[in-house]
Each structure stands twice: as structure tokens, then as C-alpha cells.
Design a binder for this molecule. Structure first.
Ligand code: PLP
Length: 373
């Protein structure tokens, strides 16, 4: 079955109570026990498991072609659970332009627990090889990266890592399984901020880990999930499941719009550079073509001529692009990334990150035309 069909099939319900086609939301935190001590419906208490979460986790595993998935209350809660499965003294590698909070999570929280981290430019495989230490346990990939859309070769990094028994996890938030199937490319774990494209309407915070194999590591992280309780509410799970039904359609529409906007902006005299993996001029375009088999996605960044002030002013002149952080919703958003991160952020001063929505592309281009003058 193709992914558009799977997105519908995996989120359908076969409801024994009322024959509901759309899943009911199970708000109950506790579930009935039989006189013999068993649980007829396997659920006991909602921190450990809940029908809506169980259904969402099944769908996530199917979409990423994994063996098992675990849902969390945010993307960062998912990342945290994975790092918590590592031991004091372990070393991890992250991209030098990883999602800002991912690296800060290590320096602010996990370093004091004995985890060490090296930031590496993962577009250069020799840098990855050089940064490997005897205690390296995990290589964290983010591709396309945020906000410069650098592309890391998932297949090649997985080969390097697996030769040495190192795990590979990919933050696949930007590409989604519609564009990029990380587990098929060799990664062991996929992380999603399902807050973004999966939810798709900027109204639910949640995250997930999807594992290629159901093994000791996935079970350990399931234990962490149940014990620490960073889980999405039943309603959050329901919203993500609903988002999944239209995920393939939305992402395709956003990608088509992004391609056309990129085409327009890359020829505009006020634009210094457009960062988008679908451009043949993108430094890792060939790798992107190889691994982003579903398309190049709805995210792009532009560096405009001028400085941070000029870039900020432009966001004010755009009427159809709301100036706000986050991404992946049906509405177009724009943000000046460096000022959202911090003074030491590696994002260029003049860079604006754009999450392209599903509006009519002629309107979106016209908006830029007017704003750029
Ligand atoms: C938003 C985001 C995260 C963090 O997810 P939350 O749901 O906000 O916790 C991680 N990685 C990427 C690429 C993101 O865009």
C-alpha cells in the first residue's frame, strides 16, 4: 500500500461499542480490572497506556516503516527520553546547526549527568569519522537542517556508525516520511516533533520516536516513557491521528508551493541566496535527490541583501506570512531565526526561515513581490 492509503487506513477505527468510524477520545485515566486480576482491554492507567496513544503509536510506526513507535508530549520530550537511555560517560555527535534546543538540552541538562557531545558539520563525512570516540554511542542527524537546510547523507553516516556499533537517530521533523524514509535508508531511530507537519494545524504540541526494531533499546525507552510520563494527552493523540489523514496531501501541496516560491525568489535581485535542497545549485542537491524521494519539502530559508534590520523589516511588509516561530502548519509563517535563537547562534544575520502553507501560490508570490519592492 502507498503512503496516502496507509495514512487513512492506519487511522481508521473499528469500534466494537458503537461502530464509530472515527476514534472516540478516551479521557479515562483508569481502566477496569477483572475479578481474576486480569485487564480485559490491556490498559491499566493512562500514563502507561491509553487507547488513543496506542492507536497513534501504531500509525506512526506504519508511516515510518518501523517496528514500534512511542509518542511523547513534545518533540523535546521524545529527544530527552532517547538521551536518558544513554549512560553517564557516553558521547554523542550532533550537527553543528541542529535544532537549537537539541544541543542546548545536552549542554544544560545532560552534560551534568556525564553525557558529552561534539558538534560536527555532517555534510563532511570525514569530520564525522574524525569526531568518533571509543565511547561514542549515538550519531544524531538532522536533515534538512534548521535553518540552513544542509543535507546529511543518512545512508553513508549509517554505514560509518554501524561498522562501529554506534546508533543513528534522525530528526525527520522537516522532511516527514512523505519525503524521506530514514529507517529504510539505514537509521535505527527516527524522531519527530509531531507538533509540526503531523499535527499540521499549529494547535497541538507532541513528539515521537520510531524504532526500526523492537529491541532492548526501544523497551528501555518505553519504560522511560511510562515512568517519566512525558506523554501526550488523549486529545493530543486524537489531533495528531486526524492530522495524519491529510499529511500526504498537505505536504505535497506545501512542497509544490515551496518549489514555485523558491523559483521566484532565487531570481529576485533583492535576494542574496535561497537555501532549498531542491535547487540544483544547493551544495548537497545530489544527496537530497537520492534520499528525499518524495520531494524537497515545504521549508526554505532566504538571505536577503542587507542586515538583520532589513530582514526584520521585510517580515513586517509580508501580509500573508505570519511572523511567528514553528512550522509545518497549513498557514505560511516566516521568522528571523537568529534573534529567536540567541546571540551565539550560527544563523546568518540576514536569514529568514519560511514555512510555506497551502494558500494559493500566486497570492504568496504576489505578497513577496510587493514586500520586496
Ligand atoms: C520543533 C522542532 C523540535 C522540537 O519539537 P517540540 O515539539 O517543539 O518539542 C525538534 N526538531 C525540529 C527540527 C523542530 O522543528
Amino acid at each position: 500500500m502507498k503512503i496516502e492509503t496507509l495514512a487513512i487506513q492506519t487511522t481508521l477505527t473499528h469500534d466494537a461499542n458503537a461502530g464509530a468510524v472515527v476514534a472516540p477520545i478516551y479521557l479515562s485515566t483508569t481502566f477496569e480490572r477483572e475479578a481474576d486480576g486480569s485487564y480485559q482491554h490491556e490498559h491499566v492507567y493512562s500514563r502507561a497506556s491509553n487507547p488513543n496513544r496506542q492507536q497513534l503509536e501504531k500509525s506512526l510506526a506504519v508511516l515510518e516503516n518501523g517496528a514500534v513507535a512511542l509518542a511523547f508530549s513534545s518533540g523535546m520530550a521524545a529527544t530527552t527520553a532517547l538521551f536518558q537511555a544513554l549512560k553517564s560517560g557516553d558521547h554523542i555527535m550532533v550537527p553543528d546547526d541542529a535544532y537549537y534546543a537539541t544541543a542546548v538540552l545536552v549542554t544544560e541538562v545532560f552534560e551534568q549527568w556525564g553525557l558529552s557531545m561534539t558538534k560536527v558539520d555532517m555534510t563532511d563525512l570525514s569530520q564525522i569519522k574524525r569526531a568518533i570516540q571509543p565511547n561514542t554511542k549515538l550519531i544524531w542527524i538532522e536533515t534538512p537542517s534548521n535553518p540552513q537546510l544542509k543535507i546529511t547523507d543518512i545512508q553513508e553516516v549509517s554505514k560509518i556508525a554501524h561498522d562501529l556499533g554506534i546508533l543513528v537517530a534522525v530528526d525527520n521533523t522537516w522532511a516527514t516520511p512523505i519525503m524521506q524514509r530514514c529507517l529504510d535508508l539505514g537509521a535505527d531511530i527516527v524522531m519527530h516533533s509531531t507538533t509540526k507537519y503531523f499535527g499540521g494545524h499549529s494547535d497541538v504540541l507532541s513528539g515521537a520516536l520510531i524504532f526500526k526494531e523492537n529491541n532492548a533499546l526501544s523497551e528501555k525507552i518505553r519504560t522511560i516513557q511510562k515512568l517519566t510520563g512525558g506523554v501526550p494527552s488523549p486529545f493530543d493523540c486524537w489531533l495528531i491521528s486526524r492530522g495524519i489523514k491529510t499529511l500526504p496531501l498537505r505536504v505535497k501541496a506545501q512542497t509544490e508551493n515551496a518549489m514555485k516560491l523558491v523559483e521566484y525568489l532565487s531570481h529576485h535581485p533583492q535576494i542574496e541566496v535561497v537555501h532549498y535542497p531542491g535547487l540544483t545549485s544547493h551544495p548537497q542537491h545530489e544527496i537530497a535527490k537520492k534520499q528525499m524521494t518524495g520531494g524537497f519539502g515545504g521549508m526554505l530559508s532566504v538571505q536577503i541583501k542587507g542586515d538583520a534590520k532589513n530582514a526584520m523589516a521585510l517580515t513586517g511588509r509580508l501580509k500573508l506570512f505570519t511572523t511567528a516561530t514553528s512550522l509545518g502548519g497549513v498557514e505560511s509563517l516566516i521568522e528571523h531565526r537568529k534573534s529567536v535563537e540567541s546571540a551565539d547562534s550560527p544563523s546568518p544575520e540576514s536569514l529568514l526561515r519560511v514555512s510555506v502553507g497551502i494558500e494559493n501560490i500566486e497570492d504568496l508570490i504576489e505578497d513577496w513581490k510587493v514586500a520586496l519592492g
